[in-house]
Design a protein around this ligand. Structure first.
Ligand code: TEU
Length: 611
């Protein structure tokens, strides 16, 4: 079969509206092009905008801001709220609809703000509540919504609730956290006295001894992040009331941190052993017995009585597609969408740090499986990157020879799936992993704890450990945003809290802003396409040539038409056959400067075809 399609204008980083109204005359080079002189693409297929009565977040794109690394307005080396306010135009120009703000609450910053000591105040290092109000106002004025991070599986150990809880066994908040006695016959605080064998996600035991109270408390994450006891109705009401307070203040929803860990299996039984030497409690804490009930309760208590429509996304490591569909069911689900982890765990052999190779076919099967599983009842969130994940162009792309092509190909594939896309700051520029020289450059608690444990207790060679740290550390995502080629990438006039990636000299927002071939221009075009074409929002999903090892191709269809994606996820050219349904379709967006050959995809070339 000949892979002929019609070209809808200069398609590199093309502005989609422009492409869709431009006259397309110069396509004669495609032998079987059937485009009539003088007919615009708009005449050929008028894209129908998404329906007005559908929930707004279905056609939205979310931009995640990690405040400490976004922009520093006061020169202390740490990003802040005023820095975000100063750069709202960047987010608005990209076309994003929503900002998800990683935590800016008061926090000792043991886990960069995911350890909160006051849910209803802003940490002074980020600014004030008045700054946050101003950010909300200015974002809203640009049509941008703002979603807050809700971290309520745990608090900081410096939160007033925990300070009170640990003071005695009979205070008013004594049962707000998960307290347990030492194992019978042992001495509390001694190795082996922990109530069970669970390991923490950040290395070591998940239990910490509290001498004040003479008991252990559970912390699935760091010892400064004690888990709240959601079995206690007072805890739930305190969380719901705090959420209502934020909604009253004008926020537009919540990204709910590890929300599927709040319900633990009663009795906290021993867990199967893990290579780390501790029990792997995943099966005992993930999507536990009362999770659905409590999420329904949250929806009822916080959202149902309010006019308006909010965005709720539950971060859910280890969630199955079957459960995710239930949590996001369009009629009965308590959440709009969840973050699932399957496609970002493909390179982990059981443990994040045991890296294994991933093929394009693995990625395709995983993401396509989720498309099928959500069907038209559930809803996907679509992401490659966030503050916990290595940079996608370094991870599943080629950040050397095909940096631009692979960054844009991966973006194309993801954004054309059914679901709500998330863009993590710098992803829209194709930011890469950082080549830090040694462990001293890293700041992330997960990375530092792992390194200490792997090199110290487990005795692995430091060089081997550094190899995996460079691939997987969360600090790859957390290096400062690359605004320009100025010192410190224009992020700060001071000393940045985490070193800047040296490639900021050429990889930065300023260099890309007016370049129609840039990664940034490509992201803009993808976002615009979603806003303008209901097929991208609503279309059914089906893979094309599902078993092909490097071709990632699929179609989205509704009665309004068909959008097809053909992407070559490899460093080699690829001869392809178009699906018969796509022969004669218009090319609305590609990622090379010219149309190339009609039946060959160049390395990491990606096409979006419309018919
Ligand atoms: O992350 C949850 C989570 O599953 C992490 O353990 C994640 O798998 C890990 O960071 C991957 O390396 C959320 C937040 O996004 C993360 O930043 C926090 O550290 C964590 O919860 C605890 O609040």
């Amino acid at each position: 079969m000949t892979s002929t399609f019609r070209l809808a204008g200069d398609h590199v980083g093309a502005d989609v509206r422009w492409a869709s109204t431009r006259r397309c005359r110069d396509h004669a080079r495609f032998g079987r092009v059937s485009y009539r002189e003088g007919v615009t693409l708009a005449d050929a297929h008028v894209p129908t905008p998404p329906a007005d009565d559908a929930p707004w977040w279905r056609s939205a794109v979310v931009y995640q801001v990690y405040p400490r690394s976004f922009a520093d307005a006061d020169g202390d080396g740490m990003g802040d709220l005023r820095g975000i306010i100063d750069h709202l135009d960047h987010i608005a120009d990209l076309g994003a609809d929503v900002i998800w703000l990683s935590p800016v609450y008061r926090s000792p910053q043991d886990d960069n703000g995911y350890d909160i000591s006051d849910y209803q105040d802003v940490d002074p290092m980020f600014g004030t509540l008045a700054d946050l109000d101003e950010l909300l106002e200015r974002a809203h004025a640009r049509g941008l919504r703002v979603v807050m991070d809700l971290v309520v599986n745990h608090t900081s150990d410096e939160h007033a609730w925990f300070v009170e809880s640990k003071a005695s066994r009979d205070n008013a908040k004594a049962d707000w956290y998960i307290w347990r006695d030492p194992k019978p016959g042992t001495v509390g605080g001694q190795p082996g006295a922990e109530p069970n064998n669970w390991g923490s996600a950040f290395s070591g035991s998940a239990w910490e001894w509290s001498p004040e109270r003479g008991q252990y408390f559970l912390h699935i994450f760091s010892r400064k992040q004690p888990d709240l006891d959601w079995e206690n109705p007072e805890v739930r009401e305190a969380v719901f009331s705090m959420m209502r307070w934020w909604l009253d203040r004008g926020v537009d929803g919540f990204r709910m941190d590890v929300i599927n860990l709040i319900s633990k299996v009663p009795g906290l039984p021993e867990a199967p052993m893990h290579p780390s030497g501790y029990g792997d409690c995943t099966s005992l804490v993930v999507c536990g017995p009362r999770l659905l009930e409590w999420l329904q309760e949250m929806k009822r208590e916080v959202f149902d009585a309010r006019p308006g429509s909010y965005l709720t996304v539950g971060e859910m490591p280890g969630v199955t597609a079957e459960l995710a569909r239930i949590y996001t069911d369009r009629d009965t689900g308590p959440l709009n969408m969840v973050f699932q982890f399957e496609h970002v765990d493909l390179d982990a052999d059981g443990l994040k740090w045991l890296v294994k190779p991933v093929t394009p076919l693995d990625i395709k099967r995983s993401l396509a499986g989720w498309q099928d599983a959500m069907g038209d009842r559930g809803w996907n969130s679509l992401y490659w990157c966030n503050h916990d994940q290595p940079r996608i162009v370094s991870r599943y792309g080629n950040d050397g020879e095909f940096w631009r092509e692979s960054a844009t190909a991966l973006a194309t594939v993801l954004h054309l799936h059914r679901g709500t896309p998330y863009v993590y700051q710098g992803e829209e520029l194709g930011m890469t992993n950082v080549p830090f020289a040694g462990i001293d450059d890293y700041r992330d608690i997960e990375t530092l704890n792992f390194y200490a444990e792997a090199v110290g207790r487990l005795g692995f060679p430091a060089d081997d450990v550094m190899t995996v740290v460079r691939q997987k550390s969360r600090d790859n995502a957390r290096t400062p945003m690359q605004w320009s080629a100025a010192p410190n990438a224009g992020f700060t006039t001071g000393e940045p809290w985490l070193p800047v990636n040296p490639n900021a000299s050429w990889l930065n927002a300023e260099a890309q802003r007016d370049d129609p071939r840039s990664v940034l221009a490509h992201y803009r075009a993808l976002i615009r396409l979603r806003h303008e074409d209901s097929v991208v929002v609503d279309g059914d999903f089906s893979l094309i040539q599902p078993d092909h090892p490097t071709l990632y191709a699929f179609a989205r269809t509704t009665s309004a038409g068909r959008v097809a994606v053909y992407a070559n996820l490899s460093d080699d050219p690829l001869d392809i056959d178009l699906d018969p349904a796509d022969v004669g379709a218009a090319l609305v967006l590609g990622n090379y400067p010219d149309a190339g050959a009609p039946d060959t995809l160049r390395p990491w070339e990606a096409w979006i075809l419309r018919s």
